[in-house]
Design a protein around this ligand. Structure first.
Ligand code: NAP
Length: 373
């Protein structure tokens, strides 16, 4: 019998760090910088990371030799507005010598435009922004090919369910040869809050006002209630599951009344009250049948490899997991050939700076692990 000698265990403390540039130091980017600053010492699962800069619309810092989290924050406070062409040149040149990841935590389309050229230049990208992965199917396939780990890595776990392990789970199911039969869920904490209010007898317009005043909606509530955020999450899930889909193919029920479309923001919450009676009747009819209304997103594969996607209000059994969902949680059910009799269920808070930054940090560490192998 051949005896095998144990492989040497690499000492993570001396591994080359992954260098991290953070674009966007708002709720998520700020929490990410703090979480990187507070990481325990490197280990086999946690290769070393090093911050090399950050930017907002007001300031940009690039520190070739690395900087700690506090130093980065104080340098940002005094820095001039970022010169993007120069900044991108610096990041690309840096990545020629050292493994580098660019985090897009801006949610801005001009920054999402940089994702593909950065990947093509060998800079890995991790992002909680849904913008880059929801452009055309062809654009998504380019990002996937450029970011497959050959030249660089493209990771976007926090785009769906924030820190919940949704994208990684789906990727693992597909990679291990399972077949996705359907994905169904509630992907908007704002909508869950809204429908829980309706069940308590609160009028629709008043429920929107409460969600807005408590900060559960986007600054303009039409952005949540139009359903576009859920549409983007579904497109990302469908494409991650290997299905092809364009935005124009998604069926979406908007909860924004026609009269609210062109109004200034100050008048918008009043306009949501236009159909209070219709909503009360809908909620009442569902309750008489033992059901509750939820804003549900569905993905189903078509025979042609294209995804069939629908986003809208559905009546679900009050005692089902979706019916019992409360607070601002997300709940995602994935039914596959292996999980055919009961779906794999992922549930928990689907937004918030700390959990979202944690999801991005998990992506950054996955890139670091891939580089340290
Ligand atoms: N917040 C959440 O719970 C959550 C959950 C899941 C996903 N996300 C996604 O995470 C991303 C960030 O969200 P957030 O809540 O952190 O947003 P945020 O608080 O508004 O912060 C955005 C940051 O990006 C910066 N920025 C915007 N455009 C820029 C540009 N062109 N160049 C440089 N910097 C720019 C802003 O700069 P200034 O400070 O100068 O304005 C700000 O620092 C979004 O894509 C969002 O959809 C957020």
């Amino acid at each position: 019998m051949t005896s095998l000698s144990p492989a040497p265990v690499p000492d993570a403390r001396h591994a080359t760090p992954l260098d991290v540039f953070v674009a966007g130091v708002g709720h998520v980017g700020g929490a990410l910088i703090d979480q990187i600053g507070a990481l325990p010492p490197p280990s086999a699962d946690r290769p070393p990371l090093r911050l090399i800069g950050a930017c907002t619309t007001r300031g940009g810092v690039f520190a070739h030799h690395g900087v700690d989290a506090d130093g980065l924050r104080s340098a940002l406070a005094d820095a001039p507005a970022p010169d993007w062409p120069r900044l991108l040149d610096q990041i690309v040149a840096h990545a020629q010598a050292r493994p580098t990841v660019f985090v897009d935590a801006t949610g801005h389309p001009a920054v999402a435009d940089h994702v593909e050229p950065l990947l093509a230049a060998g800079v890995s990208v991790a992002t909680p922004s849904k913008l880059a992965p929801t452009r055309s199917q062809a654009a998504f396939e380019r990002l996937r090919a450029l970011g497959d780990g050959g030249l660089a890595h493209f990771r976007y776990e926090a785009t769906v369910g924030a820190g919940l392990p949704v994208i990684g789970t789906l990727r693992d199911l597909v990679a291990t040869g399972d077949r996705v039969l359907s994905i169904r869920g509630v992907f908007s904490g704002t909508m869950t809050y809204l429908f829980s209010q309706l069940e308590r007898g609160v009028a629709f317009g008043e429920a929107v006002r409460r969600a807005y005043e408590q900060g559960y909606t986007e600054p303009d509530p039409r952005d949540d209630l139009g359903g576009e955020d859920v549409v983007r999450k579904l497109i990302i899930l469908a494409r991650t599951a290997g299905l092809r889909v364009e935005r124009s193919e998604v069926e979406v029920e908007s909860l924004v009344p026609a009269g609210a479309a062109g109004l200034p923001l100050t008048l918008v919450t009043d306009a949501f009250g236009a159909d209070d009676g219709g909503w009360a009747a809908r909620v009442g009819a569902a309750a008489r049948d033992g059901q509750r209304l939820r804003y549900v997103g569905r993905v189903e594969p078509g025979a042609d490899g294209r995804g069939r996607l629908r986003v809208g209000v559905e009546a679900v059994a009050a005692e089902s997991p979706l019916g019992r969902l409360g607070g601002t949680d997300n709940l995602i059910e994935i039914t596959t050939a292996r999980y055919a009799h009961a779906p794999l269920v992922i549930q928990g808070p689907g937004a918030g700076p700390a959990v979202t930054a944690g999801g991005v940090l998990a992506d950054v560490l996955a890139v670091a692990r891939a580089h340290s192998r």
